[in-house]
Design a protein around this ligand. Structure first.
Ligand SMILES: *Cc1c(COP(=O)(O)O)cnc(C)c1O
Length: 397
């Protein structure tokens, strides 16, 4: 997005503010659609990455389905006007009551524990096709905290419990439509998905009514300059080949579902913040900005790298800076970062902030959550007001 447009948004709506570029979301979605055109695929946007209703509506308007991680995300998707048959609820560690609610809503469900599957079978028997989330025991992902498929992970039903799983399915005559795995986030290597599908191939014969293989999300986007995003076309070819090679899957015409979050909305997002104070340290300038881990926790929680630019002085002399937040915690966005010289009052732009940015924000230190702006067809629209003091008090009795 052009720098002057970002600066204008900061001037109009104040800082800190999240800005999302609808065009970028569309570009990413088209990469998925074109790349996966060689397979029978359905894409479900993992809305937990960024749940603003306007973003869900926009993504759905492109033709994309919606994946949810909680019953409230299901309600948000339905509230946004998404049809129940285009909503998927991939749960983990939830109470059975949420699964009942999801059934009432008529959305697709992936169940991730044997106990919930058994309750589901007792109540619904064969009447409601359902998916099961499996744990394939594959290690993948950018950071242990975002790896979900390894053999110590809490996510999914461990594949080694297949006998027990099969018994529950048989005893209750459950209609298993989908086998699901999600191995983690920031997976560049197509081989990880191929490995995943191979684990599933061994299980396919156990579920004769199977219609769908759901390979989850986790496609990588570049955060650093030298990094590459997951090559979707290459991945699609590899999966197509894996299907063709596998005698058990042959002729079954299984549909393949994906649940990308970050891939769709990471790069569309910018967090704009103003420099409150400068402190000169030995050989580094500390720039304190008017945001912190209350608004973007990825650098502190995952050691994530986010590219930062100085909108106010893009061509200034490069100096070594440390960019820190205003929260009473060590909330460092970047250390030893060469940036055009920063002055108090400058507007900094933190890039790649669309996914798990606003979404993981909090009111820590009794700060307000920032405003959100969507840029669509060249026009900037406010899609969430900045919080105010009343918001901090509204649930206090
Ligand atoms: C978080 C999550 C995703 C999306 O992961 P990304 O890394 O954002 O693509 C997809 N599926 C499930 C089940 C998830 O929990």
């Amino acid at each position: 997005m052009p720098t002057n447009q970002l600066s204008a948004i900061a001037a109009t709506y104040g800082t800190p503010v999240y800005v999302y570029d609808a065009n970028k979301i569309k570009t990413q979605y088209e990469k998925l659609v074109n790349g996966f055109s060689v397979l029978d695929t359905r894409i479900f946007y993992a809305s937990k990455a960024l749940t603003n209703l306007h973003v869900i509506k926009y993504i759905n308007s492109l033709g994309c389905n919606i994946d949810c991680s909680s019953i409230n995300e299901v309600k948000l998707a339905l509230h946004a006007g998404v049809k129940p048959e285009n909503v998927l609820y991939t749960s983990n560690g939830i109470s059975f009551a949420e699964i009942e609610e999801a059934v009432e809503a008529g959305v697709h469900i992936n169940i991730d524990s044997l106990s919930n599957l058994e309750k589901f079978g007792k109540k619904y028997g064969h009447s409601y096709p359902v998916g099961i989330r499996l744990r394939p025991n594959i290690m993948a992902g950018g950071n242990l905290k975002i790896s979900t498929g390894h053999n110590k992970s809490k996510f999914g039903i461990p594949v080694e419990q297949i006998a027990e799983l099969e018994q529950i399915v048989k005893d209750n005559n459950i209609f298993i439509r989908t086998l699901h795995i999600h191995t983690g986030s920031e997976i560049k290597d197509a081989e990880v998905f191929v490995k995943g599908i191979e684990v599933l191939f061994d299980l396919i014969p156990h579920f004769p009514e199977l219609e769908v293989i759901d390979l989850g999300g986790g496609f990588k986007v570049p955060y650093m300059e030298h990094e590459k995003e997951t090559n979707i076309a290459e991945l699609a070819q590899k999966l197509k080949q894996a299907f063709a090679d596998h005698p058990l899957a042959n002729g079954k015409e299984l549909q393949v579902w994906f649940e990308p979050g970050k891939f769709l909305v990471s790069e569309c997002g910018y967090l704009l913040a103003e420099v409150n104070v400068l402190k000169q340290n030995a050989d580094v300038i500390i720039a304190g900005i008017n945001t912190g881990l209350n608004h973007l926790i990825r650098p502190m929680m995952y050691d994530a790298y986010h590219y930062i630019s100085n909108l106010s002085n893009p061509n200034g002399e490069e100096k070594k800076h440390m960019i820190t937040g205003y929260i009473c915690e060590t909330d460092t966005f970047a250390s030893d970062r060469m940036l055009p010289e920063i002055k108090e009052g400058d507007i900094l732009c933190i890039h790649n902030a669309g996914a798990y940015g606003f979404e993981m924000s909090s009111n820590y230190n009794s700060r307000y959550r920032p405003a959100e702006v969507l840029v669509k067809d060249g026009e900037a629209i406010l899609i969430r007001r900045r919080e105010s003091f009343e918001d901090l008090l509204k649930n206090i009795v």
